[in-house]
Every structure is written in structure tokens, then in C-alpha cells.
Design a protein around this ligand. Structure first.
Ligand code: FAD
Length: 402
């Protein structure tokens, strides 16, 4: 069974059911409608959908495409990262609401007879016997229940109940940033891209979502209450300080209710498993929002887990060695990407956000992005991931009726 139907749980549920494994996914919410989540579908995920024969249908869903990321400072420096040279059929990031992705995956998973999704099912603890996890306890509208399983996968996100109950060792780092998310109107003639605007004490990142900009207002950690206390007028002026072209629409922010706080948390389990239990996705490693990696890394965990576990699950025996293998296949990628995000946050964002002087882009970043031999490495790592798994689990069952 899988606790949590976010990107990791939905993709793992799909892949295991496709391989003919009985899988129950328990999701505490009744729907997937949560705004400002990981909406950045990178080429790594599009390639996965392509391997599954689903990319064409998926890309018919409403989305916007971005092929370049451009960062500009108030001092006039600009750097641009292009995805046009990626070694992939998909040379763009698809921005799509996460709920559309989850509906898509679970609808396809529901075509397999061995897939069950229970909504409004809140996992409240693990069933443990003789030092092994044997399933979960959960609560729904009818009361409390037990669900026993050969394997429990914790895909219940960054505040996972299951990983806390599993008492797995965790390292938490302290990222120096927090983020306010909000929307601003986008004019049809504006160039489609991801724009970063960096000024003293503030980074604004604007994500093209067709009819609107999804805007991240990045500020020094823990200062969100001070920003709110200074009032909306000052907030709007701060935005215009780095992005004056938004003057005609910044008045659209009329209340703090339109501005959602993301408290950035980064952590990683040093052990992702114990007998009968495995954590994947944010439950195993909450990522920083830098690079929009979280959803894509979570999905890659799910693919690796299905690759390793479908056979032991189908044979009715899952050893701790199998679970360790999932961690081994994914841990290096998580560590390298978290280190890369840490570098950007601590060496670049932190000094810029803490200083009243106009920020500048470090020479090392400028050099890497100018040299043809180096410039494609960062976008490739971000867009295609590291140690990206390909689907190895088989397709055993398929009901064509939706
Ligand atoms: C505000 C915000 C903005 C973000 N922006 C980006 C971005 O732009 N790009 C990006 O790549 N990533 C972003 N992320 C991170 C991204 O959303 C996550 O990395 C990704 O969704 C992780 O997937 P997951 O399946 O591991 O966990 P989650 O997406 O957190 O899914 C966990 C699921 O488990 C369910 N659940 C939790 N507890 C229980 C329980 N007790 N019982 C049953 N179900 C439970 C939850 O309801 C949820 O559906 C953002 C995150 C936040 C919070």
C-alpha cells in the first residue's frame, strides 16, 4: 500500500498496478486541488510519459511551455539558460497544475484492475509487529481502520506521518530563503519564459502560465511576518523595484489572502527504509524550490522503486535488501541536486538577499553559462535529472475502458 497520492504515490501506484501488483493508495484529501505546488513538468518526466506511451495524450492537456530561463539584475547583468540543446525530444518545461497531472496518472492507473485509490483516507500510524511494518492505520468518514500490506510506501510528502512513525534518521539543512507565491495577469504579447529579477534584498521569479504569471517573491528566511507588517503598498513597491514592467497590474494584489507563504524546508533521510517500509519523494527528501525539481525527483524515485520492487512484490517477498537498493539507486541524485540547490542558495541568493547593494551574478556562473563546453551541463542536470531511471517494470494488465 502507498500512503499519499502526490506525484510519487500516483506514479508508483500506476507502475505497480500496470505490472499486475495489487496496490491501494490512501490519500487524505478528497481532491487534488492544491494551488502553488510543483507544477514544473521537466523533460525527465515527459520522457517517462513517452516511455509509457502517454506523452501525446498528456500534452493535449492545457499547459504552457518554457524553453529558456533568464535572470536579470537591477544592475543590468543578464544570464540566459536555454533548453533548446537538450538531448531530448522534449526541449521545454511544461507548466501544468499539479492536480491535472495527478488526475491524469490516477485515471490511467484506474484502468488496471489491481489499482485502488481511497480518497479522504488519512493515514494516522503504522502497524508494527516483531520489528516490521505490516501496514497502516487510517481514518476516513466511517472511522478508524487497519490496512495490512506486504510493503508500506510512505509517499506522504514533507510532513509525512509515516516516516515520523518509522523513526528513520533525518538530516535537515537550513535554507536561507522563504517564498511568497501569487499570480499576476500576463499580457498575451509577453515572451514565454521563466524570468528572474534580482535586486537588493529581493529575487522575483516569474513563471509563464499562459493567461497569468505565477510569481515567486523570494526573501530572507523568517522575514515573512516583517514583510506582511510593512503592508501591501510596500510589498507592491518592492515588486516594482525589480520588475517595473508590472506597474500596470501589481494593483491586482489586493489582499494577503492572494499571497501564499512557502516555508522552504530541505531535508533528507539517511536511511529511507526499514523492514516493511520505504519512504520516497518529499517524504524521503524535501527539496528546495530552486530549479523546480521536487515533483520530478519524486517521480524518478517512484520509477526506481517500481523497477526494483515489482518482482519481489509479485513473488510475495520484499527484503530489506530490496528496499536498500531503491535508496542506492536514487540517493546520489538527491544528494547532488540538493548540493547544487544549496550552492545557488548560499553562494548566490543569500548574499544578494542580505545586502543593500545591487547584487551581481558570480563570475563562476557567468563563465559556466558562456563556455559552450560547460553551458549545457546545468540545464541538462536540472531538466533531465541525474541517474534518471527508465521504466523496467512490465505492463501486465490493461483495461482499455477508462
Ligand atoms: C507551495 C509549494 C510550491 C512548490 N513549487 C514547486 C515547483 O515549482 N516545482 C517543483 O518541482 N516542486 C515544487 N514544490 C515541491 C513539490 O510540490 C514536491 O516536491 C512534490 O509534490 C513531491 O511529491 P510527493 O509525491 O513526494 O509529495 P507531495 O506532493 O507532498 O504529496 C504527498 C501526498 O500525500 C498526501 N498525504 C499527506 N499526509 C497524508 C496522510 N497522513 N495520509 C494520506 N495522505 C497523506 C498529501 O495530501 C499529498 O497528496 C512545491 C511545494 C510547495 C509546498
Amino acid at each position: 500500500m502507498i500512503a499519499g497520492c502526490g506525484p510519487a504515490g500516483a506514479v508508483l501506484g500506476f507502475l505497480l498496478a500496470r505490472a499486475g501488483i495489487e496496490v491501494v493508495v490512501l490519500e487524505k484529501h478528497g481532491d487534488f486541488l492544491r494551488d502553488f505546488r510543483g507544477d514544473t513538468i521537466h523533460p525527465s518526466t515527459l520522457e517517462l510519459l513517452d516511455e509509457l506511451g502517454l506523452s501525446e495524450e498528456f500534452l493535449k492537456l492545457p499547459h504552457s511551455r518554457v524553453t529558456a530561463v533568464q535572470l536579470q539584475t537591477t544592475a543590468g547583468q543578464t544570464v540566459r539558460v536555454s533548453l533548446e540543446r537538450l538531448p531530448s525530444k522534449f526541449k521545454f518545461i511544461a507548466f501544468m497544475p499539479q492536480w491535472d497531472f495527478l488526475e491524469f496518472m490516477t485515471q490511467h492507473a484506474s484502468r488496471f484492475p489491481s489499482f485502488t485509490l481511497c480518497r479522504n483516507a488519512d493515514v494516522i500510524g503504522l502497524i508494527e509487529e516483531d520489528g516490521e511494518v505490516r501496514g497502516v492505520r487510517y481514518r476516513d468518514g466511517e472511522g478508524e481502520h487497519e490496512l495490512r500490506a506486504l510493503l508500506t510506501v510512505g509517499a506522504d510528502g514533507r510532513t509525512a506521518v509515516t516516516r515520523a512513525a518509522a523513526r528513520l534518521p533525518r538530516i535537515e539543512t537550513s535554507p536561507p530563503i522563504d517564498v511568497f507565491w501569487f499570480r499576476l495577469q500576463r499580457h498575451a504579447e509577453e515572451v514565454a519564459a521563466v524570468f528572474g529579477r534580482l535586486g537588493p534584498g529581493l529575487l522575483l521569479v516569474m513563471l509563464d502560465r499562459n493567461e497569468y504569471w505565477q510569481v515567486a517573491f523570494v526573501f530572507p528566511k523568517g522575514t515573512g511576518d516583517d514583510i506582511r507588517a510593512r503592508g501591501l503598498d510596500v510589498f507592491r513597491q518592492d515588486i516594482l523595484r525589480v520588475a517595473p514592467e508590472l506597474a500596470d497590474r501589481v494593483g491586482g494584489i489586493r489582499s494577503w489572502d492572494q499571497v501564499k507563504l512557502l516555508t522552504v524546508r530541505v531535508d533528507r533521510l539517511t536511511r529511507w527504509h526499514r523492514p516493511g517500509y520505504l519512504a520516497i519523494g518529499d517524504a524521503a527528501h524535501a527539496m528546495s524550490p530552486v530549479g523546480g525539481l521536487g515533483i520530478n525527483v519524486a517521480i524518478q524515485d517512484a520509477v526506481a522503486a517500481a523497477n526494483v520492487l515489482w518482482r519481489p512484490l509479485s513473488e510475495g517477498r520484499v527484503s530489506d535488501h530490496d528496499l536498500a537498493q531503491v535508496q542506492r539507486r536514487r540517493e546520489r541524485a538527491v544528494r547532488v541536486l540538493q548540493a547544487l540547490q544549496g550552492f545557488v542558495q548560499n553562494r548566490f541568493l543569500k548574499p544578494a538577499l542580505m545586502s543593500a547593494a545591487p547584487p551581481s551574478i558570480p563570475w563562476v556562473v557567468q563563465l559556466v553559462l558562456r563556455l559552450p563546453i560547460l553551458r549545457d551541463i546545468p540545464p541538462r542536470m536540472i531538466a533531465l535529472g541525474i541517474d534518471r531511471p527508465h521504466v523496467e517494470s512490465p505492463a501486465r494488465h490493461y483495461n482499455s475502458a477508462p
